[in-house]
Design a protein around this ligand. Structure first.
Ligand SMILES: Cc1ncc(COP(=O)(O)O)c(C=O)c1O
Length: 382
């Protein structure tokens, strides 16, 4: 250790200090009502999210994982159905498929955006494909407009995993389309470290234009009952609680500002890496044309990644690897029959990506230190 202050991957305390007063007012409001599960706070927040995403309906639930699970339940997946997704993502993206009895079919990702390659998705389509489940990874949306028409002609639904991308958008037909409004269903996570996080677990399903699916998800989250104690089908218990909704109603008011601050942090990293002449050993994330990246993570590709990570850790700089083992190589998915080499881009990324500290309140001098230490590791210090 160098004796200097540590630089964390994220620091929720700094963010909390900015909104403390507003949060306390919101919490008091809920405590005074003693109404904790669903109810008016959740309904208001659902409307606010729907209006933010410009979708017709939004349904709160207990987590991003449950948002995915509920979405696929509402699409009536059955054994033998296939869902195409990426192997380079968080586990929940694929586990919700198997928990619905269907089969995950992986397609490889694009080496620059780390998102599903739409060409490889189209190559994986079979008569059993029911859903395509793209992930807007690290805060940047996938090029869904390339496949939406063809998929809808084939009757294949798109469920967007937007856990990392609230506020990200892409321009489609000259229109701004936010993550969660492009496919048939969108799934959000409010895990505390997400760009819009709550103070526990929370999630939301956005349904741009299908009231029937929205009503179905609304029932499925309360044990499949439209009317209390009368069950139309077997659902689960997955409710957003009023305390989290009240917190989120405060925090969503700041989301645009915080996402802009993340973008400024990303821009500053880019300038610093250029200034230090590190672009031959560090490959920076690419913001694709027509995209608004919201930098949930700032993920670079680094030469000698593991050594670099240890070096930074010793110097008090925390970094993360998202994700060290692609899903097709996870033990629990061995029954799918994939092997090493099946998805070379994902596998290569797993060995080279490194997420640097990023959060709205990260200070310029902290970023300078991160880049200086990286320069030191590669022997490039002035
Ligand atoms: C891509 C992705 N999908 C799904 C999830 C699951 O969200 P949650 O942790 O709210 O269940 C996450 C959360 O880390 C995620 O990053």
């Amino acid at each position: 250790m160098t004796g200097q202050e540590k630089i964390p991957s994220f620091d929720l305390t700094r963010n909390y200090n900015r909104v403390k007063e507003e949060i306390r007012v919101a919490l008091d409001r809920v405590l005074e009502t003693q109404h904790f599960i669903l109810g008016p706070e959740v309904e208001c927040f659902e409307k606010e999210i729907a209006s933010y995403l410009e979708v017709e309906n939004a349904v709160g639930c207990a987590s991003g994982t449950d948002a995915l699970l509920l979405s696929l339940m509402a699409l009536d997946l059955k054994e033998g159905d296939e869902v195409i997704t990426t192997p380079f993502t968080f586990f929940a993206t694929a586990s919700c498929i198997t928990r619905n009895g269907a089969k995950p079919v992986f397609a490889d990702v694009d080496p620059d955006s780390y998102n599903l390659s739409m060409e490889s998705v189209m190559e994986k389509i079979t008569p059993r494909t029911k859903v395509v489940l793209p992930v807007h990874l690290f805060g940047q949306t996938c090029k869904l407009e390339l496949i939406t028409d063809e998929l809808s002609q084939k009757g294949i639904a798109i469920v967007e995993d937007c856990a990392q991308a609230i506020g990200a958008h892409r321009i489609i037909d000259k229109k701004i389309c936010r993550a969660g409004s492009i496919g048939d269903i969108g799934c959000l996570s409010f895990f505390p470290t997400k760009n819009l996080g709550c103070y526990g677990d929370g999630g939301m399903v956005s349904i741009p234009h299908n009231k029937e699916i929205s009503d179905r998800i609304r029932n499925l989250r309360v044990h499949g009952s439209g009317k209390t104690y009368f069950h139309d089908e077997i659902g689960i218990n997955s409710r957003l609680d009023a305390v989290q909704a009240a917190i989120l109603r405060v925090r969503i008011r700041h989301l645009e500002e915080w996402n802009e601050e993340r973008r400024i942090v990303a821009e500053r990293y880019m300038l610093l890496f250029k200034e230090k002449g590190l672009l031959d050993v560090i490959t920076l994330p690419v913001e694709e044309d027509g995209n608004r990246h919201v930098y949930h993570q700032y993920v670079v590709k680094a030469e000698r990644r593991d050594e670099l990570q240890e070096y930074l850790e010793r110097r008090g700089i925390s970094t993360r690897v998202y994700y060290p083992l692609p899903l097709h190589m996870q033990h629990c998915f061995s029954y799918l029959g994939y092997k090493e080499g099946d998805f070379p881009v994902s596998e290569k990324l797993a060995g080279s990506v490194l997420a640097l500290p990023i959060f709205p309140e990260l200070l310029p001098e902290e970023q300078e230190r991160v880049v200086e230490e990286i320069a030191g590791f590669y022997g490039r210090q002035n």
